[in-house]
Design a protein around this ligand. Structure first.
Ligand SMILES: [Zn+2]
Ligand SMILES: [Zn+2]
Length: 221
C-alpha cells in the first residue's frame, strides 16, 4: 500500500465531515488546486499552456474558475494565447470560404482540466473501492450525507467492494430520506405549527446527492 493510497483514505474520511458527497468535495478541491498552481506559476507551465491552446480554452465551468482565481495576469496571458489561435481558425475558415463544401472549424481537444479531473476521479473511486472494508471509512461514510448517485454508480462497477461499505451508504441515505419525509410531513396544515429542525434543508442536500456536484464530463468513464 503506497502513501498515495493511504492519502485517499485519510482525505475521504476528512471530506465526509462536509455536508455533501465526499468524492465531489475531493474532486472540487483538486480542481481548485490545479487552477491555483497554474496561476501561481504565472501560467508558465508550457505543457499546460499548449494543452489549453489545443483545447482552444477551457470549458465554461473551468474558464470561469480561472477568472475567479483572481490572478488577472495568468488569465490574461492564457486568453491571449487562446485568442491568437481562435483568430487563426477564423482566418483559415475565411480563406476556405469559396470551397465547394465548407468544412467548418475543427473540433478542439477536450478541456485539459476536465481531462485531469476525469483521471483523478477514476483514481479516487478506485481507491475508495480498495479501502471499502476499512472500519474508519465505513464509520465516516455512515455519519456523512453519503456518496452521490453518479459516484456511487462508478464505485458499483468495481469488484470486491465490501458489504459493510454498501450498508454504511444505505444508512446515510436512509437518514436523509427520513429527514425529507419529516420536511414534507411538516408542510401539512395540521403540523405547520411544529418548528423545523435539521430537516429544513434536507431537500437541497437530497438534490446534491441525486445529481452530484461535479461536471458530467468528469464522472463519465
Ligand atoms: Zn459525488
Ligand atoms: Zn473543464
Amino acid at each position: 500500500m503506497t502513501e498515495r493510497d493511504k492519502r485517499i483514505l485519510f482525505d475521504f474520511v476528512d471530506a465526509c465531515a462536509m455536508h455533501r458527497c465526499p468524492i465531489c468535495t475531493l474532486v472540487q478541491r483538486a480542481e481548485q488546486r490545479t487552477l491555483a498552481v497554474y496561476c501561481a506559476e504565472g501560467a508558465g507551465d508550457q505543457q499546460r499552456r499548449a494543452d489549453v491552446r489545443a483545447a482552444r480554452g477551457l470549458c465554461a465551468t473551468h474558464g470561469s474558475q480561472l477568472c475567479d482565481a483572481k490572478d488577472a495576469m495568468a488569465a490574461a496571458v492564457t486568453a491571449y494565447d487562446v485568442l491568437t489561435n481562435l483568430q487563426r481558425d477564423l482566418t483559415a475558415l475565411r480563406s476556405n470560404s469559396r470551397g465547394w463544401r465548407r468544412r467548418g472549424i475543427a473540433q478542439p481537444l477536450p478541456c485539459p482540466v476536465c481531462v485531469d479531473m476525469q483521471r483523478y476521479n477514476r483514481a479516487i473511486c478506485a481507491g475508495i473501492g480498495v479501502w471499502s472494508n476499512e472500519e474508519s471509512l465505513q464509520q465516516a461514510l455512515m455519519s456523512s450525507q453519503g456518496i452521490c448517485g453518479p459516484h456511487l454508480r462508478t464505485i458499483s462497477r468495481q469488484s470486491g467492494v465490501s458489504d459493510g461499505f454498501w450498508s454504511a451508504q444505505f444508512l446515510a441515505w436512509q437518514r436523509l430520506h427520513d429527514e425529507l419525509g419529516e420536511f414534507i410531513r411538516k408542510r401539512d396544515d395540521r403540523f405547520r405549527h411544529e418548528r423545523q429542525a435539521s430537516e429544513a434543508d434536507s431537500w437541497k442536500r437530497a438534490w446534491h446527492q441525486i445529481s452530484g456536484e461535479v461536471l458530467n464530463d468528469i464522472t463519465k468513464e
